[in-house]
Design a protein around this ligand. Structure first.
Ligand code: SAM
Length: 330
C-alpha cells in the first residue's frame, strides 16, 4: 500500500531507471545522495553503477525496512547507508551528486536546500513534476518564467533531460514528470542573496506589469524608504559600500554590456492607480523619494520593462543600480 500523502510513486520502468543513471555521469569516486529511495529500484542501479557510496534519505519507516531487506546480503550493501527521516529537516551528509525521484510536494524547498548545502555538490539529476521542471528551466518570455526560474538560475545551470509519462510509475501520479539536471554555478554571482530576493519578489509580484508601475506602489516605496532611512541613520553607508565591493564596477560594466536589447511591449495594461502614491503623499516628502526610485529605473531603461521579459543579468544590473544609489531590499 503506497501512501499518496508521501508522494509514493514507484518507478517501474527499468529502461527509464537506466537512462536516469546514464544521464547522471557518475564517477567511481562519487558519494550519491538519493532522496526518497522507496522500494529501492533506483538505489539498486546506483549501487551497481560502481559509485563509492549511496546515502539514501527516506521518511517512511516501512520503506526503510523494505530497503534493508532488499539489500541484506547484497554484495554492495556495505556501500549503502539509509537515513530514516524527513530530508527537509535532517542535516544532509556530504555528497558529490544527487540522483532522486522525489515526492513532488517538497520540490521547491528541497531544491533550495540542496543549493544552499556546503560543500556544494557537482550536479543533481532529479525527477520533478513536469510543470515544476518547466518553471525551473523557463527563459525570459516563456509563459512559465517566474521567480523560481530566476532564483534557481541565479544559483545554478538547469537543463531539461527527459520527459517521463505518468505510466512509468506505480501507482501513476495525476501529472507527467520530467528529469532535470541542476549544476550549481561555481563561483556564485557576487550578490547579496537577501537583496536579490527582496528585489525579485517586488518585480515578480506581477510579472506582466511594468517595473515603473510596480515601484510606484505605496507599499513598495514605504518599504524601500524605511530601509533607506535605517541605513542612513545607523550610518551603515560604509557597510553598504562593502556590499558593493562584492560586485566591482567592472563587473557591473560587464553586466551592463550583457543586458539584452529587449523590445518593450506597448501593451496598454490598466494600472492599479489606487495602489500607487497619490498627491497627498507628496506633502510628507515621499514624492522626492519616489522620484529617486523612478530616476534609477529610468537610468537603466527599466521603467517600461516587465519582469516576464527580464533576464537574470538584467536583474543583477538593476540591483547594482539601486544599491549604488543607497537603495536596499533587505
Ligand atoms: N525512489 C523511488 C522510486 O523511484 O521508485 C520512490 C520515489 S517516491 C516518488 C518518493 C519517496 O520519497 C517515497 O518513498 C516517500 O516515502 C519518500 N518521501 C516522502 N517525503 C519525504 C521526505 N520529506 N523526506 C524523505 N523521503 C520522503
Amino acid at each position: 500500500p503506497f501512501e499518496k500523502s508521501k508522494g509514493q510513486h514507484i518507478l517501474r520502468n527499468p529502461a527509464l531507471v537506466d537512462s536516469i543513471i546514464a544521464k547522471a555521469g557518475l564517477k567511481p569516486t562519487d558519494t550519491v545522495l538519493e532522496i526518497g529511495p522507496g522500494t529501492g529500484n533506483l538505489t539498486k542501479r546506483l549501487l551497481e553503477s560502481g559509485v563509492k557510496a549511496v546515502v539514501a534519505v527516506e521518511l517512511d519507516p516501512r520503506m526503510v525496512l523494505e530497503l534493508s531487506r532488499r539489500f541484506q546480503g547484497h554484495p554492495l550493501s556495505s556501500r549503502l547507508k539509509v537515513i530514516q527521516g524527513d530530508v527537509l529537516k535532517c542535516d544532509l551528509p556530504y555528497f558529490d551528486i544527487c540522483v532522486a525521484n522525489i515526492p513532488y510536494q517538497i520540490s521547491s524547498p528541497l531544491t533550495f536546500k540542496l543549493l544552499s548545502h556546503r560543500p556544494i555538490f557537482r550536479c543533481a539529476v532529479i525527477m520533478f513534476q513536469r510543470e515544476f521542471a518547466m518553471r525551473l528551466v523557463a527563459q525570459p518570455g516563456d509563459t512559465l518564467y517566474c521567480r523560481l526560474s530566476v532564483n534557481v538560475q541565479l544559483l545554478s545551470r538547469v537543463s531539461h533531460l527527459l520527459k517521463v509519462g505518468r505510466n512509468n510509475f506505480r501507482p501513476p501520479p495525476k501529472v507527467d514528470s520530467s528529469v532535470v539536471r541542476i549544476e550549481p554555478r561555481k563561483p556564485l554571482p557576487p550578490v547579496s542573496f537577501k537583496e536579490w530576493d527582496g528585489l525579485v519578489r517586488i518585480c515578480f509580484n506581477r510579472k506582466n506589469k511594468t517595473l515603473g508601475s510596480l515601484f510606484k506602489q505605496k507599499r513598495v516605496l514605504e518599504l524601500l524608504e524605511k530601509n533607506y532611512k535605517t541605513m542612513q541613520s545607523l550610518q551603515l553607508a560604509q557597510e553598504s559600500e562593502m556590499g558593493e565591493e562584492k560586485m566591482s564596477p567592472d563587473d557591473v560594466a560587464v553586466l551592463a554590456n550583457m543586458v539584452e536589447d529587449l523590445s518593450v511591449e506597448t501593451n496598454d495594461e490598466k494600472e492599479d492607480d489606487d495602489m500607487e502614491m497619490d498627491d497627498a503623499d507628496a506633502a510628507d516628502g515621499r514624492a522626492s523619494f519616489k522620484e529617486k526610485i523612478m530616476g534609477i529605473l529610468q537610468q537603466g531603461d527599466f521603467a517600461e520593462k516587465r519582469s516576464s521579459k527580464l533576464s537574470q543579468v538584467d536583474f543583477l544590473y538593476l540591483l547594482s543600480l539601486f544599491n549604488k544609489a543607497g537603495i536596499h531590499f533587505s
